[in-house]
Write a protein that binds this ligand. Structure first.
Ligand SMILES: [Zn+2]
Ligand SMILES: [Zn+2]
Length: 153
């Protein structure tokens, strides 16, 4: 049976992943406020790397957040400071967010999937620091930042 962690290795210690693992991803997203709460529209979810457990994911998290001016964007405000340059990031506009998720494989013989047990936002970037990808331009194969440019409205 195939699983969501099959063939994946930890980005820190390189051991094979088990059914509980962590995943670091970089997303292009837009937050829309609705009466029932904020809805996050993800136009692109780019997996950065996976980790075998809390020790390795913490190690990577510390390494990442130590390079930021202000990690862990807080509050549910519509505007948060960019984690690098502190410029305001309007969450209602496409922006890049970096998340660490704790996953648990939930694959079935007919479906490869994993449940998100916990998720933490490590950083939010303004368009000057990281350009979000737009849904209609998102393609599976692309040469990261340069080929798909963010078009300002
Ligand atoms: Zn590891
Ligand atoms: Zn910035």
């Amino acid at each position: 049976m195939r699983t969501s962690f099959e063939g994946l290795r930890c980005g820190v210690c390189e051991c094979e992943l088990r059914e509980d693992y962590f995943s670091l991803s970089k997303r292009s997203q837009t937050v829309t406020a609705t009466p029932s709460g904020n809805v996050v529209m993800v136009s692109e979810d780019e997996l950065v790397t996976d980790f075998c457990g809390i020790e390795c994911s913490d190690y990577a998290e510390v390494a990442i957040t130590s390079t930021l001016t202000t990690p862990y964007p807080s509050g549910d405000g519509k505007t948060v400071p960019c984690s690098l340059c502190l410029r305001p990031v309007d969450r209602r506009q496409p922006h890049v967010s970096v998340c660490m998720a704790k996953l648990e494989d939930a694959s079935k013989p007919w479906l490869v999937t994993a449940n998100v047990r916990d998720e933490r936002e490590l950083a939010v970037y303004c368009v000057n620091c990281a350009q979000p990808h737009r849904a209609r331009h998102a393609e599976p194969q692309r040469d990261d930042s340069t080929s798909v440019a963010f078009a300002r409205i």
